[in-house]
Design a protein around this ligand. Structure first.
Ligand code: ATP
Length: 442
């Protein structure tokens, strides 16, 4: 049976993955905080992305641009004029909806009133703030919290190109917060007003764009599979060309079938954006945004492929996809998160069979201290062994190592338990570190 949103939210809270923000004040609409395990999980997702798209590739470099940018950026990018959602209110109960998310001829989904919607109004989704203590009446000190990380990359195109001397095609990657004043956030961390993006701008010659667009779709799809997402839950959706902005040559979304959203929903969009962005910034800044092609002895404005993913949505998809409830024996079920070892917040738990036997505890603590230098290892003696296993299953720890009486008295070996198969293997104490690291790498 498919996991429900309530089960995921409750597990996240119970085990410290994700908490409601400002909970002691009653929470704050659609904002969430990552707890001790959640911060590790999300960081592992971001690191896996960075590793795949920056570290493993010699045609990519990274960047970390500021959240606040010159306001002209958002005029050039089109966000000031067009980053709008159509908004309708119900005149009876004052509920707000995105006009494209409700049937305007149907009754209000909240109070059931008929014909109660206002005319749709355009609502700009950027969060505004004033730079300096007082907002000036003429609006000259307004700034925006960036609604995407992409523009920080475009405005640094020349800086990166001249400092790295990269030849086309090459790309710039960035991870960071973005803010959108969404009218209807919801579905836990799927749609929030503050979220994290993982974005790439991959610059190339116009004639190579179509091929590279296809290559990026494939590479990004494979990334989710490599990290354990089930193939049947993942799909591609190509946007109709007629629905795209005039400059766009194609957009394909990587979608995930969340069990609590009717249709597959976007995890990441890959767009073939032509030379639009650099051209716009050249126009509004008066600066050159071009590339000198030495072979052809000409200046060109590169085209760009943009794979744009959400760190929070990806993290939610990895959580949901990993969730399993299994009947271990009749009447006894366990919850187990079958995370890829790369993403699991804890990789190894070292557990003493008896916490009041000093030699056992000593060996266990010593092993954990040795392992922590190489991987995420914890020591836990707060319950009986059966319960400790279940707790580690529930947070997705791939391996548990138990130190018992035989370790001390007989064989100088430990029991390694596999999360997924629950099979146990005896491994000698002096081999166990290598054994675990090999398994985690495999
Ligand atoms: P949607 O159609 O769901 O609003 P979008 O097409 O506007 O998304 P993009 O502008 O392409 O999204 O942003 C790239 C990625 O950033 C999305 O694929 C998603 O993973 C993430 N993202 C966008 N908006 C949000 C949000 N409000 N909350 C969480 N993640 C988001």
């Amino acid at each position: 049976m498919a996991v429900t949103m309530d089960e995921i939210v409750s597990l996240c809270k119970r085990r410290g993955f994700i908490f409601q923000s400002s909970e002691i004040y009653g929470g704050f609409a659609s904002t969430w905080d990552y707890g001790p395990l959640g911060v590790e999980l999300k960081r592992n997702v971001k690191n896996a992305w960075w590793d795949a798209v920056v570290r493993q590739r010699d045609d990519m470099v990274g960047l970390d641009a500021a959240i606040l940018m010159h306001p002209q950026t958002w005029v050039a990018s089109g966000h000031v004029a067009t980053f709008n959602d159509p908004l309708v209110d119900c005149k009876k109960c004052n509920s707000r909806f995105r006009a494209d998310h409700v049937d305007l001829n149907a009754p209000c989904p909240v109070c059931g009133a008929v014909g109660s919607f206002t005319e749709p109004r355009q609502f700009n989704m950027m969060f505004r703030t004033a730079v300096g203590p007082v907002e000036k009446e003429d609006g000259s000190n307004i700034a925006y919290l960036r609604p995407e990380t992409a523009q920080g990359i475009f405005v640094n195109f020349q800086n990166v190109q001249t400092t790295t001397r990269k030849k086309l095609p090459f790309g710039i990657a960035q991870i960071g917060k973005a803010f959108r004043n969404e009218i209807t956030p919801g579905n836990f961390t799927f749609r929030t007003r503050e979220f994290e993006q993982m974005e790439i701008e991959y610059f190339c010659r116009g004639e190579d764009a179509e091929r590279l667009y296809k290559e990026w779709i494939e590479a990004r799809f494979q990334w989710y599979l490599d990290l354990g997402i089930k193939r049947e839950n993942l799909s591609l959706r190509e946007h109709d060309l007629a629905d795209l902005a005039h400059y766009s040559k194609g957009t394909t979304d990587i979608e995930y079938q969340f069990p609590f959203i009717d249709e597959p929903a976007e995890l990441e969009g890959i767009a073939n954006r032509s030379d639009y962005d650099l051209t716009q910034h050249a126009k509004f800044s008066g600066q050159k945004m071009s590339y000198f092609d030495q072979e052809r002895n000409e200046h060109i404005v590169p085209h760009v492929i943009e794979p744009s993913a959400g760190a929070d949505r990806a993290t939610l998809a990895f959580l949901v996809d990993a969730y399993n409830e299994e009947e271990v024996k009749p009447g006894d079920t366990r919850v187990v998160l079958k995370f890829s070892p790369k993403l699991a917040p804890v990789k190894v738990a070292v557990l003493p069979l008896a916490k009041n036997k000093a030699p056992i505890v000593e060996v266990a603590k010593k092993l954990q201290k040795a392992l922590i230098k190489k991987t995420d290892a914890v020591y836990d003696d707060t319950a009986a062994i059966g319960r400790l296993y279940r707790r580690q299953d529930e947070i997705g720890t791939p391996y548990c190592v138990t130190i018992d009486f035989d370790t001390i008295e007989k064989d100088n070996a430990v029991t390694v338990r596999d999360r997924d198969t629950m099979l146990q293997e005896r491994v000698s104490l002096d081999q166990v570190e290598k054994y675990l690291l090999d398994k985690l790498e495999a």
